[in-house]
Ligand binder design. Structure first.
Ligand SMILES: *[C@@H]1O[C@H](CO)[C@@H](O)[C@H](O)[C@H]1NC(C)=O
Ligand SMILES: *[C@@H]1O[C@H](CO)[C@@H](O)[C@H](O)[C@H]1NC(C)=O
Length: 398
């Protein structure tokens, strides 16, 4: 009994009740593990009203976060995270209606939202002028974009999965099999900081950037994200780097359009460096879980998540401008006749590679069994946690 008492006291200390008087716990535990950081808590329901929205209060599912690790960075005043993906990604399971589904169902607004993410790639972003943006629920706001909206179909409704047909660095196509861009998926994710590229694609991009620019003997630490590159404040390193274009399948499947970011969006200033130096990090990283169009790219565009018509729209963002010049471009339509009819869900097809991967899986399984046996005593700590491959947007301020 004494032991149980101490356990429950410990429990109480760790589990403060949310201060909302309308929060009702379901008692179910819930957690998400990200590429960086994780959190755990308890699932409940609460009432929410939107200050600048349709008149009404909605009942929503919400997790009260009780424990987190490397999730809320020190000194950052975030209070939580709002997931906007489909029910398939809901935790603890897909029967938990996500926030935006509840908004649509209870307020009757159109089933679409749009995002304008601003500021982080711009040199004047700082602690005084922090990254900002807008979430528009129920439609698209014309003052936040310029030109027309180009749409690409949502391939599968879980993450916002799209089909990437081609990548260009400067005016050079990478010329990889289009399936390489979509192994094992290509998604648009505002919760991911960087443009994440499958390893083959990442290597090809870095190789093409170094070849097409005058920076051959750049430290490899810059490309792998462990080092910054610094220039004197009066130098303009951006002219050393090429543009980067991503071709997406158009709603007419025999066409594509391209979204292009200028180097100002992927060579990202880090504030708080020495006085006469401007230091930058590389805004792309290699990925073993698919291509992720994260904030690095999204900051160039107003992105419309048109769930009612199962398509994603891109338009030029009104805030992706520096010194009066746009930092992004959109062009199309292009013929998609030169790529496969279906590039999505790409997997390696070569039989030899399959055999190698089966062999590797077998080896891994053996090693894993050994590891699991070793880890058995502490395995309970992972109970109830879920793996989520996306990573969390990080401020660029150290
Ligand atoms: C919202 O609803 C409340 C209560 O029903 C009402 O008093 C208020 O005037 C409404 N506001 C708007 C902007 O419709
Ligand atoms: C789709 O694109 C093809 C190729 O450009 C074109 O021939 C066709 O007319 C388009 N279909 C529609 C419905 O616009």
């Amino acid at each position: 009994i004494l032991h149980m008492l101490s356990v429950s006291l410990f429990y109480v200390c760790l589990l403060p009740l949310p201060s909302s008087s309308t929060f009702q716990s379901t008692g179910r535990s819930v957690g998400v593990r990200y590429t960086q950081g994780n959190w755990e808590g308890v699932l409940g329901t609460d009432l929410v009203s939107l200050p600048k929205g349709p008149n009404g209060t909605i009942a929503i599912n919400i997790a009260a976060i009780q424990l987190s690790d490397s999730f809320f960075l020190p000194g950052i005043d975030w209070q939580g995270i709002l997931g906007l993906a489909y029910p398939m990604l809901a935790r603890p399971d897909s029967s938990v209606e996500p926030f935006f589904n509840s908004v649509v169902n209870q307020l009757g607004i159109p089933n679409m939202f749009s995002l304008q993410m601003c500021g982080a790639g711009l040199s004047d972003s700082s602690a005084v002028n922090p990254p900002a943006g807008s979430l528009i629920m129920g439609g698209a706001e014309p003052t936040l974009y310029r030109g027309s909206i180009w749409y690409t179909p949502i391939v599968e409704e879980w993450y916002y999965q799209v089909e990437v047909l081609k990548l260009e660095v400067g005016d050079q196509s990478l010329n990889l099999d289009c399936k390489e861009y979509n192994v094992d998926k290509a998604i648009v994710d505002s919760g991911t900081t960087l443009l994440r590229l499958p390893i083959n694609v990442f290597n090809a991009v870095v190789e093409t950037i170094t070849r097409s620019s005058q920076i051959e003997n750049f430290s490899s630490g810059f490309w792998d994200g462990t080092k910054l590159a610094c220039w004197k404040k009066d130098e303009n390193p951006m002219e050393l780097f090429p543009k980067l274009s991503i071709y997406l399948r158009a709603t007419n499947a025999s066409q594509s359009f391209r979204i292009t970011i200028l180097p100002q969006l992927y060579i990202q200033p880090i504030v708080d460096t020495e006085n006469n130096l401007g230091c930058f990090r590389f805004g792309m990283s290699p990925s073993s879980s698919g291509l992720v169009i994260g904030a690095t790219v999204m900051e160039g565009f107003y992105v419309v998540f048109d769930r009612s018509q199962k398509k994603l729209g891109f338009a030029l963002s009104s805030c992706a401008v520096s010194d009066g010049k746009p930092l992004s471009e959109i062009a199309g339509p292009f013929s998609a006749a030169d790529v496969a009819a279906d590039c999505s869900g790409g997997v390696l097809k070569e039989p030899v590679l399959w055999m190698i991967s089966y062999a590797l899986v077998a080896v891994c399984a053996l090693i894993l069994i050994g590891l699991l046996l070793l880890l058995l005593p502490c395995r309970h700590r992972d109970r109830g946690e879920i793996t989520d491959e996306s990573s969390l947007v990080r401020h660029r301020i150290k």
